[in-house]
Design a protein around this ligand. Structure first.
Ligand code: G3D
Length: 194
């Protein structure tokens, strides 16, 4: 089963799942998405003329929305509009960019405190990307710098990735699929109990 098929099966019975792929510019979002994207996906760039690019693509079952969170504060209200549609978040961090780790943390904290995210048990998959770069931070170190242990009310997972080679992506997709299976299992338990 390919990575994209795995993600699609993670859908369960849902018709379409919206995955938000977020992170600072240059973190590797486009490279990661290109690894996951099937060749027949329809890509659609929207709002390109006002300085803020959002890429959306979808297949019959999965819809991805990808955007940069950095350097474009005045467009924040545009990208935040997409939060409520997201059923899973992939947050990409450049593990080699130590200088901007603080900025990534600020954006993550703002995301986690947003009303459309804060009270939902939305799974968050962190990709500590560019692990191939010399002196890049380990996923444990990235996790510490972003204070991920403080996220108590949402399932989350972090993987070290090399998006150029596609390394580490499989583990992340498997984890996302697992959260879906768990949710389905909990639903079944709930139905059984009532
Ligand atoms: P973005 O979509 O988040 O802005 P991109 O980021 O996917 O465009 O990637 C930004 C740059 O980082 C690209 O290099 C890309 O090739 C590189 N990159 C992405 N992932 C990795 C990785 O895992 N390891 C390394 N070494 N580089 C990576 P260019 O030179 O095209 O700007």
């Amino acid at each position: 089963m390919g990575l994209f098929d795995k993600l699609a099966s993670w859908l369960g019975l849902k018709k379409e799942v919206n995955v938000l792929c977020l992170g600072l510019d240059n973190s590797g979002k486009t490279t990661i998405i290109n690894q996951l994207k099937p060749s027949n996906a329809q890509t659609q760039d929207i709002v390109p003329t006002i300085g803020f690019n959002i890429e959306k693509f979808k297949t019959s079952s999965l819809s991805f929305t990808v955007f940069d969170m950095s350097g474009q504060g005045r467009y924040r209200n545009l990208w935040e509009h997409y939060y409520k549609e997201g059923q899973a978040i992939i947050f990409v961090i450049d593990s080699a960019d130590k200088l901007r780790m603080v900025v990534a943390k600020e954006e993550l904290d703002t995301l986690l405190n947003h009303p459309d995210v804060k009270h939902r048990r939305i799974p968050i998959l962190f990709f500590a990307n560019k692990m191939d770069v010399r002196d890049s931070l380990s996923s444990v170190k990235v996790s510490q710098m972003l204070c991920l242990e403080n996220i108590k009310d949402k399932p989350w997972h972090i993987c070290a990735t090399n998006a150029l080679k596609g390394e580490g992506l499989q583990e992340g997709v498997d984890w996302l699929q697992g959260t879906r299976d768990l949710q389905d299992g909990l639903c079944l338990c709930y139905i059984f109990i009532i």
